[in-house]
Design a protein around this ligand. Structure first.
Ligand code: ADP
Ligand code: LRH
Length: 494
């Protein structure tokens, strides 16, 4: 129904996918997966890189499969991915090295060094961005004086890099640009005084573009390789995956919080304007720009990364233990048991995760989780607790009321996580869709093409009307979660 479908390219830290979205005249949206491919970072010469050509291969394969299912005709393509990372290009447009993973250690200590050039309080007032070590501004500061940066004439954030390979057009999409640490969230323009103080050349960035604006057309070579009939427009969507995921939140009224859970959990509120108070900075809240001039006021929580890394460790280079039975066992355990601070940057780097979690439990005077199911339960209790704290603090800092929590992303498939989140928050949880980012991506394209009209609430009602959602009612006693929060506060590191 409704003409040719749209393709959404959504690159996550654990997998990339190309989804095919059909939008009916009445606004109903149907999403099917055309292709999914693993995202496997590679450590080479001591640095953790993204395998960007393997990802691009996955995008081309996905567009080919999407086209095959759509008789060679796509109404458009939109690209979103994880934030902050980038490729540097030389004067000829060639990529200068493989993009480096935000979990690489090259930014260790850089935020502190930059803080001596521009105090963190001022940086926050100017950009509203939490000083996470991997923010683009710190990655660029880490590269200062390197031959790579000296040769660079262009910086493209990951989705913009993929987009430029597909279209030959370079741009900087605003929602993702707002994670660089170089954007003023009030104006949506560059924070020039920050760039100047830190020594970042803003001339590296291509012109800003907003979600819904045209971003070129697929190049003839891409059309040929993917078996597509042109022209196929590419639209700048909310190219930060979290921006697109929050468009895909199926909220039917105001007063909602969201938790976008995949590799990360991004938990907070959508606001009309940023909150850049000193209290917000001290509480580790960030202000990222969303679609239609909105702001995402949220906390970065380590998310299912903690679980992914436990599974990887237990696999010992072989096959990972099956998640289903482990979750069943974990659900049968009493809880909340021992918990760790799932917002702590100590869990950012890969490797040895079960031992690191056990050590954090010991440090705060709690027993180590005994066995794998107990470790899984510890991770999920810790995430639920972090979701609770983020939602409650965001509401307090923004003076907002929250009546429902929407859990979207891959974690919405984890019924135990959704139930524990409802329990900890003491609020009803609506779970799904798992592919909220792709839905947000498709709907912004469909609106730009005139297939749907209206603001975010209209786009959200399209999602709510056509996706199957789970519902979780809070159980038990909120006091046990308060007690769990106090156990973390007693962490021996002070
Ligand atoms: P990203 O976009 O960061 O790559 P996703 O949104 O795809 O992440 O979420 C991936 C996570 O979703 C996995 O790490 C896993 O924990 C969870 N997940 C996916 N499928 C299931 C499932 N069937 N049951 C429980 N959890 C799941
Ligand atoms: C999630 C995400 C998140 C960022 C992180 C680097 O995929 O985009 O919003 O903070 O990656």
């Amino acid at each position: 129904a409704g003409g040719a479908p749209f393709a959404a390219v959504d690159l996550g830290a654990s997998s990339g996918r190309v989804m095919l979205g059909r939008v009916a005249a009445g606004g109903g949206v149907e999403l099917v997966e055309a292709h999914r491919f693993p995202n496997r970072p590679v450590r080479v010469a001591g640095t953790l890189h993204w395998d960007v050509l393997a990802l691009y291969r996955g995008v081309l394969d996905g567009l080919r499969e999407a086209g095959r299912r759509a008789g060679g005709r796509l109404a458009g393509v939109g690209i979103d991915s994880w934030a902050v990372d980038f490729g540097l290009l030389d004067a000829s447009g060639a990529l200068l090295g493989n993009p480096v993973h935000y979990r690489d250690g090259r930014t260790a200590g850089v935020a502190e060094r930059v803080g001596r050039l521009l105090p963190p309080e001022e940086m926050y007032r100017a950009t509203g961005l939490r000083a996470l070590p991997f923010n683009t501004v710190y990655q660029l500061a880490a590269l200062e004086g390197s031959p790579q940066l000296a040769a660079a004439r262009r910086l493209l954030l990951m989705p913009d890099l993929v987009s430029s390979w597909l279209t030959g057009v370079a741009g900087t999409e605003l929602t993702n640009a707002s994670t660089t640490g170089l954007i003023d969230p009030r104006t949506g323009g560059w924070a020039r005084e920050v760039a100047e103080a830190v020594g970042v050349d803003l001339g590296l960035f291509a012109p800003l573009r907003r979600p819904g604006e045209p971003a070129g057309e697929l190049l003839p070579e891409v059309l040929a390789e993917c078996g597509l009939t042109g022209p196929v427009p590419v639209t700048a969507v909310g190219s930060h995956d979290t921006a697109s995921a929050v468009v895909g939140v199926p909220a039917t009224r105001d007063g909602f919080a969201y938790v976008a859970t995949g590799t990360w959990s991004l938990a907070g509120l959508e606001l009309p304007a940023p909150v850049v108070s000193e209290a917000a900075r001290r509480a580790d809240f960030t202000n990222e720009l969303g679609v239609d001039g909105t702001v995402r006021f949220l906390r970065n929580i380590m998310g299912l990364w903690l679980l992914q890394e436990c599974l990887r460790e237990w696999a010992g280079g072989g096959e990972e233990p099956a998640l289903g039975p482990l979750l069943e066992e974990a659900a049968a355990l009493p809880g909340p048991g021992p918990v760790v601070d799932a917002g702590d940057e100590e869990f950012l780097a890969p490797g040895g995760m079960p031992a690191r979690i056990a050590a954090a439990c010991r440090r705060s005077g709690q027993p180590e989780p005994a066995g794998r199911a107990a470790m899984v339960r510890c991770v999920l209790d810790s995430l639920a607790l972090a979701h609770r704290e983020a939602v409650a603090e965001a509401a307090r800092l923004a003076g907002a009321e929250v009546r429902v929590v929407h859990v979207v992303g891959g974690g919405a498939r984890n019924a135990l996580l959704c139930q524990l989140t409802a329990d900890a928050c003491g609020l009803p949880v609506v779970a799904g869709p798992t592919e909220a980012a792709s839905l947000g991506n498709v709907l912004v394209q469909a609106r730009a093409a005139g297939r749907v009209r209206g603001g975010l609430s209209r786009l959200r009602s399209c999602v709510a009307a056509s996706q199957t959602l789970g519902r979780f009612t809070p159980r038990g006693d909120a006091a046990v979660w308060e007690a769990a929060a106090r156990r973390i506060a007693e962490d021996g590191r002070g």
